[in-house]
Each structure stands twice: as structure tokens, then as C-alpha cells.
Design a binder for this molecule. Structure first.
Ligand code: ADP
Ligand code: MG
Length: 733
């Protein structure tokens, strides 16, 4: 049995799963047996022995699961009032954990008692099977109700022999529930899956010597131990033991390192090996032109913008040999990345190459298009917008203009790569906010580039520390814009409580009188039954009443593109004064007159996300304000997070704080398309491991660049699996 079969076995066919549960599992990204095995417990519970009464009491405080031994003393029927609800109770004497099932001992009134409660037991199952006087093994969630320890609908068994081994006698895993799928059901499925004989034979991909050196445990053992550890000390450590996690983490990091490395060499060889020419600019004349154009801008480029631009022009002129540019332009929100991209685009256009710029949203694509036309009217005739909302006819026109070269600069969304757009001579691809794009899109565009191999410029505001960026985006060169344009007045940030809301309304009214425009941001689109949060739809209705319907606009992701455009346009023109929105405005939206942003339920957002949102203001000449509305009683963590934002306007500081407080899982992990999420690896904590993984990956690739040797077969299969088919593209297929 090899790894392949472990990946390919659909969870649906595992014991105890089936269609219905498979569907629920898929919500958590669990599709195959391998996914399931990497669905790791949130924590563990020690069930090597029964709980004592004292332990039950303390577990009950956390609404936690208990398992114990008791004697049923008395059943009784209860009723709340003459016509009220009925239920059944049993009073149970709790036995010490080491009492045998056969030796309950004599009852004393001083013995501790627990109450079982059944709100439904139609066939008197409990009474029939466990009559008064019987000894039971009971399990369930314990609560303290009216100072009595109580379990509602306990599970009962006659003896431990009836307990499945994964429920008792060891340290059992507690999983995060997946909708209606309880930790108990997951535990059972996991235990049965782990019994499959092939699992003990999953091969390790690492050389035994390396494993010994790094003290890595075998993969099969690691997985087993992570689910059902032999040892666990709750006080010491949430995880069973770091070494098993380390094994999985190393594998994840190693895979990423391999993939990155392969992508990089593929990119390089795209230049060398391709029959196509590389797009190339004339450095001298182009630099002069770009200089002249930037002098005509209404502002002076910052140092960071200027040096990023220089680095880009140097790349585009192929100064460093025959490698297409592959550059990440990193700069905090508002640092002015767009203009750098525009000037780079013009550099290409002037050398008779085409440019494609991809934005994450249509709103942003529109905005880029408008700004380009505003800043560079003499080039706007050659620039077109391509987006999903266009009519089929219009799209066709744009595509034609791209294939015959009439259009030199196209700005769009994913629609750019949705159908095969053929370019005549695509020389540069600009990807704005790359974390929203996949590898696939980038490569697709490359294949459609026409006569030449294009350069790539990726822009992001995600403020990753440099050393980290180099590892994560190992295949990209890095330009960083550190400073903000001069003359920006710092944004004043306030943290207020929910209950201060009425004051906020007054304040907003005054802001409106001062002729300012306001963003009001909400976490939800519609009212939700499960979450007690304000939603954008209800809020829009309320604010319309407060400020007058004509002044208040609504914007969220579920609206039609046309509607969104219209709203955005009238906010820009200042007809709408207040924009009630979800996080659709998070990335890139630029309305300089909007100088106030209020973020409701700020605790629901990530720090970097809040920072991005805040970056919507502070773009004009006026002083701007950001109001974070937090909970009335924030937990210490939530408070610390939100206060970091009040303290600082530095994206790097905030990102580091964010990492420190909640770890990088979401920061760079799962949410990022094109960058498969890590389940275990922690890119900050495991930095050293990551470095090591990189060295090892390069070693292997230097001997076998495309992993073609039989020895690396498993590895290659893994990479292919890991990238979910994307690797095929990366391998230049
Ligand atoms: P981001 O890096 O977040 O994409 P943008 O490119 O949207 O930032 O720029 C933010 C705003 O700053 C825009 O209105 C842009 O015109 C303006 N801007 C860009 N560069 C400068 C500069 N050097 N001086 C003043 N304003 C600038
Ligand atoms: Mg931007």
C-alpha cells in the first residue's frame, strides 16, 4: 500500500461515513482518507480511568465531558406545573474511580450524588435496561444546575467491556465539531480509519539519516500518536508531544519548499528554454520617458516608489540576463503601489508590448482604469477594461483588440483568464493583491501571451517580514515600499464600546455637516439567526432613516456587478455621503474625500484586515478618523488586539502583533489561494525547520530537477497531490 491509495480513498467509503457524513466532512476540507488523518484534534481528554466526583465537578464548570461509575438509586417522573413539560430523573450515587463494576460497596448518605435527566425517553429505555440498584458506566456532558451535578441524556453502559476502545481506557481526542458532526462521531470514524492495515505502511519520504538527524518520527506513527497519544499532560502541553507535530510540519514545509523551488526554476527556464523571445525594453529611452511622466504627476514619487520602479525597469530591460522578471512589490496600504504599476505598464507599452493588470474585484479594476485615464490621458486610448459584467459583444471586442494589438493595456479581474484570451505580445502581467490569485491564473496568462514570454509583477499589502517573505514567496524577487507618501496626516483611531453607539450617531452627524464622507463596515450581509451580529442590510435601513435615504448607499458582495458599480460611482462623486458596506471595500478602494470609517463588531475581523479597512481613509488632505466598535465586555485577547490598532498605523507592526497573538494559520495559510494551507506548520515558530526544509529540497532538486528518478517517485506523487493538479502547470506541462 502506498500513499497514493491513502490520498485517493474517498472518506465516503470509510467505515461509518457514507454520503451524508462525507458531505459534512467536505465542509472542513476533508475529502480523502489522508485529509481525515490530518484533521487533528483540538485537544485531548484523559480517559485512562474514570473521573472522580471532584474531577467531574471541575469538568462541569467547562461544560465538559465526564465518564464515571455509579449506582442508579432512584428514578422519578417530574412535571413543571399541572400542564407543564414532563421529564424523568435518576438519582445516582457516584462511585470512586477505582471501584469495580461488581463491587459497588454500601451506600452512605455522605456519598456524592449526580442527577441524570431525560427530557424524552419514550420507551423507558433507561429504566428497563438499568433498573434501580444497577451499576452503570455513564458518560456525558456534565453541568452544574441548581448546585447539583447533572447530565442530560447520559450514555449508559453496563460495564467497561461494552465501551468501544476509542472511548475509554486511553487518552481520547477531542475534535472541533464540523456542523452537526460531533467530536464523538469523528472520534469513532478516526479510530476505525486508523485500524486500516495500510496505514502502518505509509512510506516516509525522507532519508533515514535525515530523519535521525532531525529526530523525526515515522509518519505512520506520528499520525497514530497525534490522534490517540499514549501520553499526554494537560497542564504542560496542549499537544501530545511536539515531535509528532514536528514530523507533519516538516513534511508540509518541505513540500512547499520543493514546490517553490520547482516553480522558480520553471520560471527561469521559461526564458531560457522557450522558443519565444522575452519582452525587453530599452532602458535608456524608457527611463527618460518614465521620468518625464512622473514629473507631470500631481505628486512626487516617494523614495520607495522610485527605487521599486528602478528595480522593475532594470528587470524589464533584461539587465540580469535572460530571465523574465518575477517580482513581488510589497507596500503597506496607501503606499502608492498602483502608480508604480502604471509607470511600468507605460514602459512596456512604449516598447510595443502589451500589459495585463489583474485586480481582485471589479470595483478595483474600475478604479484602476479610471485612475490610469486620469493620470495618463495620452495613453488612455490604448487602455481597456475587461470584466465579467461586460456584454458578450463588448468582451469579444476587447479580446479582438488584444489579439490584434489595438489594445495595449488591459485592466480586469479574473475574467481576464476565465476564457482563453489571446494576446498579440503580452510583455507584462501585473497582479494586484496576489493573495487572492492562484498559481493557475498566473500560468494560464503566460500561455496566452502570444509572441513573447511576459514579465510578472505581483503587488501585495500583506506586510510579511522580509525574511519570511523570501521563504514563502521563495520564487519571487522582492521590492518594498516602506514609507507613505509625504504630507499624509496620521489617521486617528478610536476604540469604543457597543453601548456608546448613540454618541457615535451624533458624532457622525457632525462629520456629515463638515462635508465628509463616511464608510460604515459590517461583518454580515444579512441578518443571521445563529450570530447575534448587526448586518449590513438591516444597518443600511437604519442609517437611511438617521441620515436620509438619498445620502446612504449599500454595498456588498452579493449585489450585481452593475449595482455595485453604480453605488461606487455615486459615492466617488459625492452624491452618496455614507456607504454602508461589508468587507468588499477592504482591498484597494480609493475615495480620497471619505475620511471617516466606522467598523462595527471590530472583534470579528483579523487585525491585518482591520488595518486594510482603515486604509480606506487617510487618502485625502483632511485628517481622517477610524472608529472601531468593539464588544461591551471584551476578553483580554480581543482587547489586546484592538488596542494594537489604536496604538499603531504601521502595517508591519500590526502584522507581527497579529502573528504573535493568534499565530499565522490564517494569516498566510488557508485563506490564501495558490498557497495551500498548512495544517500543522507554523511559519514563524518553525522558521528554523523551514530553512532546513529549503536546504533539503534544493539538495534533492539539484540532483533531480523534475523529480523523475524512481527514487523520487513517491515525492513526485506527493507534490502532485499536494498541489491538487496545479503542479502539472508549474512543471511546464
Ligand atoms: P496602494 O499601495 O494601497 O495600492 P494606491 O496606489 O491606491 O495605494 O495609492 C493611494 C493613494 O495615494 C492614491 O490616491 C494615489 O494616487 C496616491 N499616491 C500615490 N503615490 C503618491 C505620492 N508619491 N504622493 C502622494 N500621493 C500618492
Ligand atoms: Mg492597491
Amino acid at each position: 500500500m502506498d500513499r497514493q491509495s491513502v490520498w485517493e480513498t474517498d472518506v465516503r467509503y470509510l467505515k461509518g461515513v457514507g454520503d451524508k457524513l462525507a458531505q459534512i466532512f467536505s465542509k472542513a476540507g476533508v475529502h480523502t482518507l489522508w485529509d481525515l488523518l490530518l484533521f487533528l484534534p483540538r485537544t485531548y481528554q484523559d480517559r485512562r480511568k474514570f473521573h472522580s466526583f471532584e474531577e467531574m465537578q471541575s469538568l462541569a464548570l467547562g461544560d465538559d465531558f465526564v465518564i464515571g461509575l455509579g449506582v442508579i438509586e432512584k428514578f422519578s417522573k417530574k412535571r413543571a406545573g399541572p400542564r407543564g413539560r414532563q421529564w424523568k430523573e435518576a438519582l445516582v450515587r457516584v462511585l470512586p474511580p477505582d471501584a469495580g463494576v461488581n463491587t459497588p460497596g454500601d451506600a452512605s448518605p455522605l456519598d456524592p450524588r449526580i442527577l441524570f435527566t431525560w427530557f424524552r425517553d419514550p420507551r423507558d429505555y433507561a429504566e428497563k435496561n438499568f433498573p434501580e440498584g444497577s451499576v452503570v458506566v455513564f458518560r456525558g456532558k456534565a453541568k452544574i444546575f441548581r448546585s447539583t451535578l447533572q447530565i442530560v441524556h447520559p450514555e449508559l453502559q453496563k460495564s467497561t467491556a461494552d465501551l468501544p476502545p476509542w472511548e475509554f481506557g486511553g487518552i481520547v481526542p477531542i475534535y472541533k465539531e464540523i456542523s452537526s458532526l460531533s467530536t464523538r462521531v469523528i472520534r469513532k470514524i478516526m479510530a476505525l480509519a486508523l485500524e486500516r492495515p495500510e496505514l502502518s505502511k505509509i512510506p516516509d519520504i525522507f532519508d533515514p539519516l535525515l530523519m535521525k538527524e532531525l529526530e523525526l518520527e515515522p509518519i505512520a506513527k506520528s499520525i497514530q500518536e497525534l490522534h490517540f497519544p499514549k501520553e499526554w499532560e494537560p497542564q504542560k502541553d496542549e499537544a501530545p508531544s511536539g515531535k509528532y507535530l514536528k514530523r507533519i510540519a516538516f513534511e508540509e514545509l518541505f513540500m512547499m519548499a520543493i514546490a517553490m523551488s520547482m516553480r522558480k526554476s520553471e520560471w527561469i527556464s521559461a526564458g531560457e528554454g522557450s522558443s519565444k523571445n522575452l519582452a525587453k525594453i530599452d532602458l535608456q529611452t524608457t527611463s527618460v520617458l518614465v521620468d518625464d511622466l512622473s514629473k507631470k504627476l500631481p505628486f512626487i514619487l516617494t523614495k520607495g516608489q522610485q527605487s521599486a520602479l528602478n528595480e522593475i525597469l532594470l528587470d524589464l530591460s533584461l539587465k540580469d540576463g535572460k530571465i523574465p522578471m518575477h517580482r513581488l512589490l510589497q507596500g503597506d496600504v496607501g503606499s502608492g503601489k498602483t502608480i508604480v504599476a502604471f509607470l511600468s505598464a507605460i514602459a512596456m507599452m512604449n516598447n510595443h508590448f502589451q500589459v495585463a493588470m489583474m485586480a481582485p474585484t471589479e470595483i478595483l479594476a474600475n478604479q484602476h482604469y479610471q485612475n490610469f485615464s486620469k493620470f495618463f490621458p495620452e495613453y488612455s486610448g490604448k487602455c481597456m477594461l475587461l470584466k465579467g459584467a461586460l456584454t458578450a459583444k463588448k468582451k469579444k471586442e476587447v479580446r479582438e483588440a488584444l489579439s490584434n494589438g489595438n489594445c495595449q493595456f488591459v485592466i480586469g479581474t479574473q475574467a481576464l483568464v476565465a476564457d482563453a484570451t489571446m494576446f498579440e505580445k503580452l510583455g507584462l502581467i501585473v497582479v494586484d493583491e496576489q493573495h487572492r490569485f492562484g498559481v493557475k491564473q498566473r500560468l494560464l496568462m503566460k500561455e496566452q501571451s502570444g509572441e513573447v514570454v511576459p514579465h510578472l509583477l505581483v503587488m501585495t499589502a500583506t506586510p510579511i517580514p522580509r525574511s519570511l517573505a523570501l521563504t514563502i514567496y521563495g520564487d519571487l524577487n522582492l521590492s518594498v515600499i516602506r514609507e507613505k507618501p509625504a504630507g499624509r496626516i496620521p489617521i486617528e483611531t478610536h476604540l469604543i464600546k457597543q453601548k456608546a453607539h448613540s454618541k457615535l450617531v451624533e458624532r457622525l452627524n457632525r462629520f456629515l455637516e463638515e462635508n465628509r464622507q463616511i464608510y460604515l463596515v459590517y461583518p454580515l450581509v444579512e441578518e443571521s439567526e445563529e450570530l447575534d451580529l448587526k448586518d449590513v442590510t438591516t444597518a443600511h435601513a437604519e442609517w437611511s432613516q438617521a441620515f436620509g435615504a438619498s445620502k446612504v448607499g449599500l454595498l456588498h458582495g452579493r449585489m450585481k456587478a452593475k449595482e455595485k458599480d453604480a453605488i461606487m460611482q455615486s459615492f466617488k462623486q459625492g452624491d452618496i455621503r455614507v456607504l454602508v458596506a461589508t468587507t468588499v471595500i477592504e482591498v484597494g478602494v480609493d475615495v480620497p474625500n471619505a475620511s471617516v470609517i466606522v467598523i462595527e463588531h471590530a472583534e470579528r475581523f483579523g487585525l491585518s484586515q482591520l488595518h486594510q479597512l482603515r486604509g480606506r481613509v487617510g487618502r485625502g488632505a483632511e485628517k481622517s478618523y477610524c472608529v472601531l466598535v468593539g464588544p461591551d465586555n471584551p476578553g483580554p485577547l480581543s482587547k489586546e488586539r484592538l488596542e494594537a490598532l489604536v496604538q499603531s498605523d504601521d502595517g508591519f507592526f500590526i502584522a507581527e502583533k497579529d502573528l504573535e497573538i493568534r499565530g499565522p494559520g490564517e494569516f498566510l495559510g488557508r485563506k490564501q489561494s495558490g498557497m495551500p494551507g498548512f495544517r500543522v506548520a507554523h511559519i514563524i515558530r518553525d522558521m528554523e525547520l523551514l530553512e532546513r526544509a529549503r536546504t533539503e529540497a534544493e539538495k534533492i532538486l539539484s540532483r533531480d530537477p523534475r523529480l523523475e528518478s524512481p527514487k523520487n517517485k513517491v515525492l513526485r506523487e506527493m507534490i502532485e497531490h499536494w498541489w491538487g493538479g496545479r503542479m502539472e502547470l508549474a512543471l511546464g506541462g
